[in-house]
Design a protein around this ligand. Structure first.
Ligand SMILES: [Zn+2]
Length: 180
């Protein structure tokens, strides 16, 4: 896939737009998002630290969605044709608010929490910046390292939910090795 090359200035502009978008979505949903229910906590207990399980907020959207930010439309027009529709993505994290469309299951819950841990380990702003830069390199959200790792970990959990591991340790190992 040949992707257009953007200048550093353009990339910085996109990161700024993504930040503004994420802040806006956080404000939009934070008051309605709910802490994890007891059954949800039980499902993922042992994989995440108590503060992550305490701070996470979840919202399931039914008759509304997160619309694509303008920069996604612009990037598509410039040749990034395979960029996601954000309303098809599930477990979209805006800080500690995890937004789900139509459905939330164990694996999707886990996936969203992995993103929350990544944001805490890397720092919210750094996470967003890595996300945008990787997206511009690969053009596909499924192949960016932040997502590859989240899919790998939620897959491991789905395959064997009784085999505990620390998501934070896994995320730190990737962050320290510069894999994101
Ligand atoms: Zn994800």
């Amino acid at each position: 896939m040949r992707l257009p090359q953007l200048s550093e200035e353009e990339i910085q502009g996109l990161i700024a737009q993504a930040t503004e978008f994420a802040n806006g979505q956080y404000e939009r949903f934070v008051s309605r998002a709910q802490p994890l229910t007891e059954p949800q906590r039980t499902m993922v207990d042992g994989f995440f630290s108590d503060d992550v399980l305490r701070d996470a907020r979840v919202i399931l959207l039914e008759n509304e969605s997160v619309l694509n930010p303008d920069f996604v439309t612009e990037l598509r027009a410039r040749g990034f044709e395979f960029l996601f529709d954000i309303n098809h993505l599930n477990a979209v994290p805006f800080r500690e608010v995890l937004v789900y469309h139509e459905t939330i299951n164990k694996r999707l819950l886990f996936h969203g929490l992995v993103h929350l841990v990544q944001q805490r380990v890397m720092g919210q702003q750094k996470w967003l910046e890595r996300y945008v830069r990787s997206l511009l390199k690969t053009g596909l959200h499924v192949s960016i390292p932040i997502e590859v790792h989240a899919y790998e970990l939620d897959g491991r959990y789905a395959l064997s939910p009784a085999t505990l591991f620390s998501v934070e340790e896994e995320v730190r190992a990737w962050a320290d090795a510069g894999r994101y």
